[in-house]
Design a protein around this ligand. Structure first.
Ligand code: FES
Length: 112
């Protein structure tokens, strides 16, 4: 048996949304995740080198103030994400590179 070599097409960012119940008792992250692909498609971010990869996870280790969403490679963490805020994150941050500052509660500390 031979192992296949994995391959990855170019992408610009990776978004993870928590769909767990501790940070969001109504599991609002699930609805956000379901909406995300539609927004990415509308903004031209679903395919091609600027595409945004996405994933859902049962916990991001925060567990309050959700739904929680994090964007890499910047390591920008958003709390209390609503449908309206998700749309701003997609358009302002993922498409135009402008972080939605007022909803950020943590940033990855990068070594220079
Ligand atoms: S359950 Fe959402 S961060 Fe832990």
């Amino acid at each position: 048996m031979t192992a296949q070599t994995p391959a990855m097409e170019p992408y610009s960012r990776h978004v993870l949304i928590c769909t767990g119940e501790f940070c969001s008792p109504d599991r609002g992250g699930r609805a956000l995740y379901a909406r995300l692909s539609m927004l990415l498609q509308r903004e031209g971010l679903l395919f091609g080198p600027r595409r945004v990869k996405r994933g859902e996870t049962p916990c991001l280790g925060v567990c309050v103030g959700g739904p929680i969403l994090v964007v890499y490679p910047e390591g920008v963490w958003y709390a209390g994400v609503t449908a309206e805020l998700l749309e701003r994150i997609v358009v302002d941050h993922l498409k135009n590179g402008q972080v939605v500052q007022e909803a950020v509660f943590h940033r990855l500390a990068l070594e220079s």
